[in-house]
Design a protein around this ligand. Structure first.
Ligand SMILES: Cc1ncc(C[n+]2csc(CCOP(=O)(O)OP(=O)(O)O)c2C)c(N)n1
Length: 326
């Protein structure tokens, strides 16, 4: 792969800082009881969505994972964070008109939403990839899921069919070692998820999910392969969530709290910090520029909060169109 330009590197760093600031805002608003939804923090996972979406076209599809309620991916596809905050508050100016909770969809930007039933995204993304193949415009579908989602039967049916039909789909599994309170090693016979790709004769790649450059490179390769009609790929990003499964719930594993030393160890490889250190060392980033970026997104999030709080709720007359009762 050719060396990234200074602007491309800075864009990745900006994406990480923006996703982190968005996450911090939601964590705070959740603790203040302002959100109408749950919030599943993406802190620790940001490099995956930001790196992967940086190689996508506007007309490519993205099936999002629950972490950050899809925002690290959605920002890369051109969605404004203020509409995401408004959606979490159930406001009419929200990404889904204030009625979708966390299941935000934006067809214009190819954003297919976040599924509530983990693992179901595999079959849905294979379906979108089949449609893309038939359309013949070189579109791909990138589907993000957790290690828990990977263990559903549907995932394996979808992988088998997509590999048989050479569908343009890339599965990016965010292996953060936990599915809610259940450790990955309790539900997996294999150590590495990428190993499973062999069964379907497709590439299975292990990537450092804390390294935005490594994620970008692996996804770019898989996307190129998919666009050429060579079929699906499975990318396993080794990562870690820094906070509990969702805000306000205990961060537990086997009825004990997750070990603090483990969390601290992973935080040493915080994706924002890793990228910042690399860019400072390469001279792409200066302390001044870094402070400017921090300020820019802190202000953006302050404005997003204000926008969301001041926005109106949806018009109750829309209820019959929203609520379906057979
Ligand atoms: C089919 C199904 N079973 C159980 C749940 C409840 N549930 C919600 S999130 C979750 C864990 C998800 O773990 P993983 O896919 O690894 O993603 P992570 O939350 O770790 O990022 C579970 C079991 C669900 N939503 N769908």
């Amino acid at each position: 792969m050719p060396e990234l330009t200074k602007d491309q590197k800075l864009a990745l760093y900006r994406g990480l800082v923006r996703a982190r600031k968005y996450d911090e805002l939601n964590v705070r608003m959740a603790s203040e009881g302002k959100l109408l939804t749950f919030y599943h923090s993406a802190q620790g996972h940001e490099a995956i969505g930001v790196g992967a979406c940086s190689v996508l076209r506007k007309d490519d599809y993205v099936y999002m994972h629950i972490r950050g309620h899809g925002v690290p991916y959605a920002i890369g596809k051109g969605i404004d964070p203020k509409n995401c905050v408004a959606e979490h508050l159930g406001k009419a100016t929200g990404w889904g008109g204030g009625i979708t909770g966390v299941h935000m969809v934006d067809k214009e930007n190819g954003v297919l939403g976040v599924g509530g039933t983990i693992g179901s995204c595999f079959v849905l993304s294979a379906g979108y990839a089949l449609a893309a193949k038939k359309r013949g415009k070189g579109q791909v579908c990138v589907c993000f899921t957790g290690d828990g989602g990977m263990q559903r039967g549907q995932a394996h049916e979808a992988m088998n069919m997509a590999a048989s039909w050479k569908l343009p789909v890339v599965w990016v599994v965010e292996n953060n070692l936990m599915a809610w309170f259940t450790p990955f090693c309790d539900t997996s016979a294999v150590k590495d998820i990428a190993q499973v790709a062999k069964a379907y004769d497709m590439p299975g790649v292990i990537v450092d999910g804390m390294d935005v450059f490594a994620v970008r490179e692996a996804v770019e390769k898989a996307v190129k392969r998919a666009r050429k009609g060579e079929g699906p790929s499975l990318i396993e990003c080794k990562t870690y969530r820094f906070r509990s499964h969702s805000e306000g719930r205990p961060d537990a594993c086997h009825n004990k709290l997750r070990p603090q030393e483990e969390i601290e160890k992973w935080k040493e490889r915080d994706p924002v910090k890793l990228c910042r250190e690399r860019l400072l060392e390469e001279g792409v980033l200066t302390v001044e520029l870094m402070d400017g970026i921090e300020r820019e997104y802190a202000v953006e999030m302050e404005e997003a909060e204000k926008f969301a709080l001041e926005s109106p709720y949806p018009d109750p007359s829309r209820l019959p169109e929203i609520v379906y009762a057979p």
